[in-house]
Design a protein around this ligand. Structure first.
Ligand code: GUN
Length: 282
């Protein structure tokens, strides 16, 4: 069994991005909008700002109170859309109640949508059109699989969770690599049975202990996207790591697996966006 070291791969990718970014006429720029005081979101945003600094990118943070109006946020996005030094705009999710997240994400110009949440970029992802962005978390998973020479073509891939952020785009990327993809969710019957067919199992549900040893086929590749806290307050994923790991050929740890790669792909998207804005690619 091999532990898939997403943290090490993310560090390598960020190092490569820094070298490439240092050769550009200006720094790639990322604007991050954080609304309200969700502590997990605060941690994620701090991490993204740290990554920008590490890659030699420019970053700006807009911290807004939960009482901010939809109009004010739309105006901010409009301003950032027009800024020549900003290549990526990210609205940290979830947003406080009362705000229309879909309308805000739709207001970001697609060529600055480094999260790949805008319908234009989601459409490009599904149709295989060039010029969009990689969805960050699923893109990070694919980069891990590639780094460890894990083939997807012809494999049974089971994705747990159907969110717009992870489950759906994960299925699209695995399908694009010629996997046979099953997406399971809260209404799926016989979940254990479905999981046990998987050569590659990706869990993105957010439920401690969801994936147990009996649900995993011998030799499977298990990717744990979730970020939960267990009863002791310790960070953990959906997978019962101690029970599942001995059965796997490869498995991601939590933390140190997919999480750092999500942020590395965000940096890669910001860099690519900058190249396009400078007329140097695509
Ligand atoms: N919240 C959880 N994951 C993400 C993500 O990838 N991007 C943004 N903007 N918010 C998130």
């Amino acid at each position: 069994m091999t532990i898939l070291d997403g943290k090490a791969l993310a560090e390598k990718l960020k190092g490569e991005l820094k070298e490439k970014a240092d050769g550009l006429p200006r720094k790639p720029g990322l604007a991050v909008i954080l609304v309200g005081d969700d502590p997990a979101s605060r941690t994620y945003v701090n991490g993204k700002k740290r990554d920008c600094a590490q890659c030699g990118f420019y970053s700006e943070e807009y911290t807004m109170p939960a009482t901010v109006s939809q109009r004010e946020l739309l105006d901010l996005i409009e301003t950032l859309n027009g800024r020549a030094d900003i290549d990526g705009i990210l609205v940290q999710l979830p947003l406080p109640k009362g705000l229309d997240a879909i309308a805000l994400l739709d207001a970001i110009v697609p060529h600055k949508d480094v999260d790949c949440f805008h319908p234009v970029n989601v459409g490009k992802l599904y149709t295989g059109q060039k010029g969009g962005f990689l969805p960050c978390t699923p893109g990070g998973v694919m980069a891990i699989l590639r780094e460890y020479d894990i083939q997807v073509a012809g494999k049974e891939c089971v994705v747990l969770g159907r969110s717009n952020i992870v489950g759906k785009p994960m299925a699209a990327l695995l399908l694009a690599e010629n996997g046979t993809v099953t997406v399971c969710h809260s209404k799926t019957p016989n979940l254990a049975q479905k999981c046990a067919t998987a050569d590659i199992l990706v869990s993105a549900v957010g439920k401690v202990g969801l994936v147990t040893g009996d649900m995993v086929k011998d030799g499977a590749v298990v990717i744990d996207v979730a970020m939960n806290r267990n009863a002791q307050g310790k960070l953990c994923g959906d997978v019962d790591f101690d029970a599942v790991a001995p059965k796997c050929s490869y498995i991601t740890p939590v933390p140190g697996g997919v999480g750092p790669m999500t942020r590395a792909i965000l940096m890669e998207n910001t860099y690519r966006s900058c190249l396009r804005h400078l007329g140097l690619e695509d």
